[in-house]
Design a protein around this ligand. Structure first.
Ligand code: AMP
Length: 321
């Protein structure tokens, strides 16, 4: 499949690299690294990495301005379904290649390379770029590593394998970069966000079946001078709370007139619940947007049910929670 992907890339003079809405480091870094590597290999091609950026991730690199294009190949990264594509012109692409690690939702591309076992799209690209002998620089290695570290939550998830470490080791050894720079670009944040994190910790509510949640209202955001993405961006900082199997950050988003929900789990499968509420994601890391707090409450109820069922199965199998 890698060879077929490269063959298609060679065929086109214009290539657009897009990803999902609600940019995150894995989606962004996979675009930037693939663009930079392909530009080194094919300097005469027009290759654009497009989509809405975010000030928060501006240290990771710069996206391209969209142009009017004809006859182009679209490489869609880290995006399982049409509704989440951050590129309105995607239907005008002559052909589409999809590379993703999300659970499959729908076929979009003429060629699709999906590996649900991988912790990040950047890890897939590390393998692809290496095996296809595409150019790598220290900057490209650093960018891929940033996406991998972010989506694997610093190698905490079970999707991290010996192959992950082998790839990281290969890149770090042959294209050295400073790890501290990566962590600075991913994790540096203003004090107001740390204070908001304290507020979340203080105000988490716990259901009977181990679902910890908080509802952050717009007035709370204003008090901490934070935006509607800030709370959800911290969700991984609440891993390993003994009493919580599932944890949820629910944030009022006045600007978009909806409610943003970020969900994580250390056991119960949550993406089916997220899908029921127009969202999606991975088995243990999902998100959704709902229209009102009543709908958020229904989602919480469903998560609580999933957690309850999980506890029952664990008790039956005498597994530790
Ligand atoms: P987040 O909590 O934003 O880091 O998202 C966790 C996972 O859920 C990622 O794989 C996202 O792509 C996915 N996700 C987040 N929000 C949504 C949504 N509204 N619809 C579908 N998938 C989502």
């Amino acid at each position: 499949m890698y060879r077929q992907i490269l063959k298609k890339i060679k065929k086109y003079d214009t290539i657009v690299i897009a990803r999902h809405i609600g940019v995150d480091p894995d989606a962004l870094c996979s675009q930037l690294a693939l663009r930079d590597s392909l530009l080194l290999r094919f300097p005469t091609k027009k290759i654009l990495a497009v989509g809405n950026g975010s000030v928060k991730f501006s240290r990771l690199g710069t996206l391209d301005k969209m142009e009017n294009l004809e006859h182009f190949l679209l490489i869609l990264l880290d995006t399982p379904d049409r509704k989440r594509i951050d590129f309105p012109m995607f239907e005008q692409a002559s052909e589409i290649i999809k590379i993703d690690h999300h659970p499959f939702i729908e076929k979009i591309g003429n060629l699709e390379y999906i590996d649900e076992q991988k912790g990040s799209t950047c890890e897939i690209l590390m393998d692809f770029i290496k095996k296809m002998h595409l150019p790598i620089t220290s900057d490209i290695a650093k960018t891929l590593y940033a996406g991998l570290v972010s989506d694997s939550n610093r190698f905490l998830f079970d999707s991290t394998t010996s192959q992950t470490f082998e790839l990281v080791s290969y890149y770090l050894k042959n294209y050295p970069f400073q790890l501290s720079e990566v962590y600075k670009s991913l994790y540096m944040r203003p004090l107001k966000e740390v204070r908001l994190q304290g507020f979340i910790g203080e105000n988490l509510t716990l259901t009977e079946n181990g679902v910890a949640y908080i509802k952050i209202m717009n007035e709370d955001l204003n008090r901490f001078h934070a935006d509607s993405a800030s709370g959800g961006n911290m969700i991984n900082n609440f891993n390993f709370i003994e009493e919580a199997l599932v944890w949820v950050i629910i944030t009022e988003d006045i600007k978009n007139n909806n409610i943003r929900i970020n969900i994580r789990s250390r056991g119960p499968v949550i993406n089916q619940v997220a899908e029921k509420y127009h969202g999606g994601g991975h088995m243990y890391a999902s998100g959704a947007r709902v229209s009102c707090f009543e709908e958020a409450d229904l989602l919480l109820k469903d998560l609580d049910k999933v957690a309850k069922d999980y506890i029952k199965v664990c008790e039956k199998n005498e597994n530790n929670l």
